[in-house]
Design a binder for this molecule. Structure first.
Ligand code: URA
Length: 220
């Protein structure tokens, strides 16, 4: 049974990311070409590469993280450093292959200096790219990895510890926030009740949803 979304007390911000109703899916190749030329914010000046996606654009699961780190900036692929390896392992633990069963991307496509959190302006500048990816991939289930993805997509600031593991029916998709893998690297305990254990429960629930449920009825 789907649980409810945001609760009283959450800081609800206007989401910088609005998927236009009935958005026409652009070709991902065209999107990639334009995105690689993007200079919509100051992050463009410091990047080596624009980091757009990895995985399968036909997957029913989209994973959205915060933004590229050093290894992602160097390779042009999201989640390929230590956090990415943990993400792959955790998806594999529920029988999901990160290349075949997921499309993986970030709220911002260029590396913020010193791995700082992207600003609200940078997230807003990058939102059209994420919106276009969402329209093209059309995932049934969206996993928001960490507080920045929760803020960048649903516009909810704070509350990842409380909102993780809860389904948010959103624009005809099931969205679930989970802890960011970097946080799990800093909290490696697997004991019952630990962040890693909780994330495993969340991913089991994601797996169940992918196996069983049709998308929610869109409420626009
Ligand atoms: N962390 C993220 O949020 N995204 C990446 O691509 C890598 C690390």
């Amino acid at each position: 049974m789907a649980k409810n979304g945001a609760m009283a007390g959450d800081s609800l911000q206007p989401s910088p990311f609005e998927e236009p109703p009935g958005a026409v899916a652009p070709s991902l190749e065209a999107l990639k070409r334009s995105c690689q030329e993007c200079r919509r914010c100051g992050l463009a000046a410091g990047r080596q590469q624009v980091v757009i996606s990895r995985g399968d654009p036909k997957a029913r699961l989209m994973v959205i993280g915060e933004g590229p780190g050093a290894q992602e900036d160097a390779t042009g692929l999201p989640f390929v450093g230590r956090a990415g390896q943990l993400l792959d392992q955790m998806l594999a633990s529920v029988g999901l292959d990160s290349e075949q069963d997921a499309y993986i991307c970030n709220v911002v496509k260029c590396r913020p200096p010193d791995n700082r959190k992207p600003t609200a302006q940078e997230m807003a500048a990058c939102a059209p790219w994420l919106s276009a990816q969402m329209a093209a991939v059309n995932p049934a289930v969206v996993l928001l990895a960490g507080a920045t993805a929760l803020e960048g997509v649903l516009g909810i600031k704070g509350g990842i510890s409380r909102l993780r593991g809860q389904w948010h029916p959103w624009q005809g998709r099931w969205v679930m926030p989970v802890f960011h893998p970097s946080y799990l690297l800093r909290n490696p305990s697997r004991q019952a009740g630990s962040p890693k254990w909780l994330t495993w429960q969340d991913l089991l629930e994601v797996r169940r949803r992918l196996d069983q449920d049709p998308p929610p009825t869109p409420t626009l």
